[in-house]
Design a protein around this ligand. Structure first.
Ligand code: SF4
Ligand code: SF4
Length: 375
């Protein structure tokens, strides 16, 4: 095992390969508070990439209701049970990652789902946590909670799928950090399925190879965001590139949300993969659950998010979610307007921070009529 620095854990950790960073790293921010679980993203991906034979059960993108939803079944709980509960000391994780907990002779602590674990993609949908006492629905605040967690491959910086593969069939692209399976090398050992803690690699029994989210790289090479991003009804998603914390740029939208404002956090950072999909945590769930999923910064992230209305820059950047199909690499606020541009400095979109309100006179002299909403 080599030693690599994982900034999400605030420390060095063991990994199967030496540290090797791509020139650019694809990353995304999902705002959990805006997701409505319409599954448009799921279907956008399904119809684009996994409509073939042997792919019927594959959901490279899925959306599950937490705390009870999971696809495959209990993907999160099983590993949390296996992994010794580790502690955070401030922002430093003092427990063991899945690489450091690997049994002797294995590269990763993992497990492989059974066929039946893929039987119910919508299990737990809209089930809220806890009992609803008689009359509780009529009182505020509501004590019951759930939230929607949209998931794709995290195109991790220390991918467990890649580390697990004895054939070296999985690779991380130098140009954008996207993690891919080389179909010509794969022999279907499914060690990647076992190793990925997020269960985002799927075995295709018809081809005998593993398949996974490819971040729609043919679109990204044309400067476009992936299908699940541009089709998102709730406009919860933003795709871009992330820098290391020490090289964070305030005018890079992903850097700003992750490193500057720290309102977007990785999912289960304690596993040690340095995942590159970042979540604005849900505001309505208990702090302990939020921290288990998103780490020790989750409560501060929620506080900063709630305060966005008093933070003109943050409020402006949040307006850029879902506003363009193109990959945004720069953003800029000027007064009540916010704009995004690409690598070449070409402006992609410009939107008002405040929704313009037009109050028209009740009487329209041109049409000689009165427009009012009530008699
Ligand atoms: S989420 Fe899983 S499949 Fe995706 S890069 Fe990380 S380990 Fe590999
Ligand atoms: S399309 Fe967007 S809002 Fe709808 S389920 Fe997917 S992530 Fe959520």
């Amino acid at each position: 095992m080599a030693r690599v620095f994982n900034w999400q854990l605030g420390r060095e950790m063991s990994y199967w390969y030496p540290e090797s960073r791509p020139q650019k790293q694809f990353a995304a921010v999902f705002d959990t508070n805006k997701c409505i679980a319409c599954q448009t993203c799921t279907l956008a991906c399904k119809t684009t990439w996994t409509s073939g034979k042997g792919q019927e059960y594959m959901l490279w993108n899925n959306v599950e209701s937490k705390p009870y939803g999971s696809y495959p079944q209990a993907w999160d709980l099983k590993l949390l049970d296996m992994l010794e509960a580790g502690k955070w000391n401030g922002n430093v994780y003092e427990g063991k990652t899945i690489f450091e907990s690997a049994p002797a002779g294995e590269r990763v602590m993992g497990w492989r789902p059974e066929d039946q674990d893929y039987s119910y993609p919508n299990v737990g949908e809209d089930d809220c946590a806890g009992q609803v006492d008689h009359g509780a629905l009529m009182s505020l605040p509501h004590m019951q909670w759930f939230f929607y967690l949209a998931r794709i491959c995290n195109h991790c910086s220390n991918p467990a799928c890649l580390a697990s593969c004895p054939r070296g069939s999985i690779y991380k692209r130098q140009e954008d950090g996207i993690v891919l399976v080389d179909q010509s090398r794969c022999r279907g050992y499914q060690e990647c399925v076992r190793g990925c803690p997020y269960k985002k690699v799927f075995f295709n029994p018809m081809t005998g190879t593993s398949e996974k989210c490819i971040a729609c790289y043919p679109k990204m090479e044309q400067g476009m965001q992936p299908q699940c991003f541009v089709n998102c009804i709730g406009k919860i998603r933003m795709a871009g590139y992330i820098n290391r914390p020490e090289k964070a740029r305030g005018d890079n939208p992903i850097d700003y949300l992750v490193h500057v404002k720290k309102i977007a956090l990785p999912l289960f950072p304690q596993y040690g993969l340095e995942p590159n999909v970042y979540y604005i945590p849900p505001v309505n769930v208990p702090s302990s659950f939020r921290q288990q999923l998103f780490g020790p910064g989750a409560d501060a992230a929620v506080a900063a998010y709630r305060n966005a209305k008093n933070d003109p820059d943050l409020a402006a950047l949040l307006c850029l979610f879902g506003c363009t199909e193109s990959m945004m690499t720069h953003w800029n606020r000027q007064g009540d307007w916010v704009s995004a541009s690409d690598d070449q400095g070409k402006q992609l979109v410009k939107v008002p921070v405040k929704e313009p309100v037009v109050i028209r006179p009740a009487f329209d002299p041109k049409q000689q009529l009165v427009r009012i909403n009530c008699p």
